[in-house]
Design a protein around this ligand. Structure first.
Ligand code: NAD
Ligand code: GLY
Length: 369
């Protein structure tokens, strides 16, 4: 794929369909926003890290279209994905007299994107918004599909709404400033699409991991496009997670327990998901669905991406018990029964429950290394 060509993926959701534009030199080009509805004002939501890097350029790109362009800068980090930060967005919207047509622009990673989307879903019962994701994780996953949320001290992403953006602008150039650890975290969500949907993509990732870690533009363009295509297909068939969409949570049940158990921000979301996928693959093996070679292959790729594969101990006295307690809070749980996304054959995922004793064995094995 030539990285200088504009790639477009469409999320097909009838009247709520929208395009994901993928290329470099996009976010600061006014043409990227030309088809959006007119409005008197726009609000850029960003954070203290991304704002200084990119907000002024986005502001300039939007200035010709919106008479007033305001910016609100949130504190940076998963620990700030809270009511307090959400309120800063509402304070800015109300303070600037923003109306029902005001367009919100989420400029940042998944944290900014999820909070901006939730603010857009609820301000005046819904205003339009655009995702301008600047992390790999946000470009391949969180900016697409309309899940928006904030965290609650008792559980991750527990308060939120399904609310689709009008457009997603994946500017590959913004990935140049991303710290290496964040690039690896994004690769976890990319790798996810292999075992759940496309083993050819997994093989491609195995062959091109060095190019990806070196941020070769063509390799990055390929994974952003292929990831968005797979996510678009799933979301187009099950927007509100009645069933199928749960497969996108492969690794997340264990992963969310790691994030909450260690304290938000200790491990990055993508790191927790990467390790969670290793744990979910082990569980799939114990359930007799995949063989040891598959688990080894996935674990090796996750390690190659620079991600941790040994699960952390969350509690010295009863570690597996603590994992189970946290996982019962997962949104997929039903009447206290934990539902896991497992691989029922390489390239296909399913949602299953498993006996606690078996899950304890998986946790013990994965925490041992
Ligand atoms: P993040 O938003 O915290 O961004 C990671 C870090 O990189 C932050 O410090 C950020 O300021 C910085 N950053 C962002 N872009 C940068 C750039 N171009 N250059 C330099 N620094 C940059 O984390 P994330 O990994 O993007 O997103 C994780 C969040 O996404 C989690 O809260 C998770 O729950 C959520 N998520 C949501 C969905 C969904 O479907 N809505 C899917 C997956 C993850
Ligand atoms: N990242 C999971 C989903 O969008 O459903």
């Amino acid at each position: 794929m030539n990285s200088s060509d504009l790639q477009t993926v469409t999320i097909e959701l009838a009247e709520r369909s929208y395009h994901i534009a993928i290329r470099g030199s996009l976010f600061d080009n006014p043409l990227s926003y030309s088809e959006l509805p007119a409005a008197h004002s726009a609000l850029i939501v960003t954070n203290t890290t991304v704002g200084p890097l990119y907000a002024e350029r986005l502001q300039r790109a939007l200035a010709g279209k919106y008479p007033q362009v305001h910016t609100v800068v949130l504190p940076d980090g998963e620990v700030y994905k809270t009511w307090e930060s959400l309120n800063l967005i509402f304070d800015a919207l109300l303070g600037h007299g923003c109306d029902r047509k005001t367009m919100l622009f989420a400029l940042g990673g998944g944290v900014v994107g999820d909070m901006t989307g939730f603010a857009a879903a609820s301000y005046m019962r819904g205003v339009p918004f655009v995702q301008v994701p600047t992390t790999l994780l946000a470009q391949v996953d969180s900016s697409v599909g309309g899940k928006t949320a904030i965290n609650h001290p008792l559980g991750k992403n527990m308060i939120g709404a399904f609310y689709q953006p009008l457009k997603v602008i994946c500017d590959l150039d913004t990935l140049e400033t991303l710290p290496a650890r964040e690039l690896s975290a994004g690769l976890a969500e990319v790798i996810k699409y292999g075992p759940i949907a496309d083993m050819n993509f997994l093989a491609w990732l195995e062959a091109h991991m060095d190019a990806l870690l070196a941020r070769e533009p063509a390799a990055l363009a390929h994974i952003v496009k292929r990831s968005c295509e797979i996510k678009a297909d799933v979301v187009g068939r099950d927007e509100r997670e009645a069933g199928l969409r749960a497969i996108l949570n492969f690794g997340h049940t264990f992963g969310h327990a790691i994030e909450a158990g260690l304290g938000y921000g200790e491990w990055l979301h993508g790191e927790a998901v990467g390790c969670g996928m290793v744990m979910a693959a082990h569980l799939s093996q114990r359930l007799g669905l995949v063989d040891a070679f598959f688990v080894h292959r996935l674990k090796t790729l996750i390690q190659q991406a620079g991600l941790p594969v040994k699960a952390p101990v969350l509690n010295a006295a009863d570690n597996a018990g603590r994992y189970l307690e946290l996982m019962r809070l997962d949104k997929k749980s039903e009447a206290g029964e934990i539902k896991f996304v497992v691989i029922d054959q390489p390239g296909r995922a399913a949602v299953r429950s498993a006996p606690d004793a078996m899950v304890r064995q998986v946790i013990d094995a994965c925490c041992a290394g």
